[in-house]
Design a protein around this ligand. Structure first.
Ligand code: ADP
Length: 167
């Protein structure tokens, strides 16, 4: 089941929330900063043991002081005009998160709007890629994930997801 909410992803009691991290996995601004603040310093300590993450890939940690049990950190592409495999790398983020969630037998996952903040990915295209990728994954792969929430922070993303989910 796919759903959309507007609000702060750090408040959600799901099996895993997804972090739009950077390749260092050592924290940053936007949703990454909010997740580290809410989870507490133990999250950064675990992230230090992971030695970073490549763009388009994902890694799982505990959720510590978050209501979510786990955080799946993924690194979206920085938008450089669209000719540097940005769409393919963004799709890979959604797919890798779902693969890792499936490996850990997780049921409920909440995604932020990866790459659409500081990384500058056009929001409408990012929304289309997110929905297509999770729908394709859910229909083609055997997965434990039965509930996917798109946690939109800004009004523009929230409207886009509501519109596109209705179709
Ligand atoms: P990126 O570097 O991947 O663009 P950002 O954190 O800058 O990551 O932005 C990704 C998305 O996360 C943006 O749509 C931004 O509005 C949103 N965001 C920021 N803070 C939160 C939060 N606490 N919960 C959910 N989404 C958030």
């Amino acid at each position: 089941m796919l759903s959309v909410i507007q609000g702060d992803i750090t408040k959600l009691s799901v099996d895993a929330i997804v972090n739009a991290a950077n390749t260092s996995l050592l924290g940053g601004g936007g949703v990454d900063g909010a997740i580290h603040r809410a989870a507490g310093p133990e999250l950064l300590a675990e992230c230090r043991t992971l030695h970073g993450c490549q763009t388009g890939d994902a890694k799982l940690t505990g959720g510590y002081r978050l209501p979510a049990r786990f955080v799946i950190h993924t690194v979206g592409p920085v938008w450089h005009g669209g000719k540097n495999r940005e769409p393919e790398l963004l799709a890979s983020c959604y797919r890798r998160v779902l693969e890792i969630a499936t490996q850990h037998n997780l049921n409920s996952i909440a995604f932020p709007n990866i790459s659409t903040g500081i990384y500058g990915f056009p929001k409408e295209l990012a929304c289309t890629i997110a929905l297509e990728t999770v729908r394709t994954f859910s229909s083609q792969q055997k997965t434990s994930v039965s509930e996917i929430i798109f946690a939109c922070f800004d009004e523009e993303n929230y409207r886009l997801y509501q519109q596109k989910l209705a179709n």
